[in-house]
Design a protein. Sequence first.
Length: 169
Amino acid sequence: MSCQVRWQDYGWTSKGEPKSFQPNTKSEMSAYLSLFFIAFLAATVFPAQSELALLALAASGNYSVPILLTVASLGNIAGSTFNWALGRYALRYQHHRWFPIKPNQLQKLEAQYRKFGRWTLLASWVPIIGDPLTVMAGILKEPLWSFLIIIAIAKIGRYIFILGLLQLF
C-alpha cells in the first residue's frame, strides 16, 4: 500500500486552505468515534491498542490525518484524566481491605513519583507503566492544569511519531 502525501490527506485543499470537518457518511463519523473510545480505553487499565486503530484508519487514506490525530489525542488524554480522577479520589478508600495498594506500596510509589517529579508523566504513553503514573499523579494531587499540559505533550507526541513512521513505509 502506497502512502503518498497528498494535501487532502492532511485536511488541506490543494490551494493550501484548511478543509472543514464534515464527515461525509455515518461510517466516517463512526470511525472517528470508535477511534476516540479505543484511545480512551487504551489510556485506562483496559487493554486496547489505539495505535493500531490510528494507523489502520490513516493508512486507508479515507480519513483526514489531522482529525485522526486530534480525535485519538483527545480520547487518550480524556482516558488519562479519568485515571487522574480515580487516583484523586481513591485515597478515600485506602483503609478498606479491598483497596488494591497497601500502605507500604503507596509510600514507595509516592517516593518514586516525588523523586522524579511531574515530568515522569512524559512517560505516560509507555505501556504498563503509563497508566499507574497517571493514577499516582491523581493520588499525589498533581494540579490538573500541569497534568493536562504534560499528558498532552506525551500523548500527542507519541501519535505524531507513529503517524510519521507510517509516512516512512
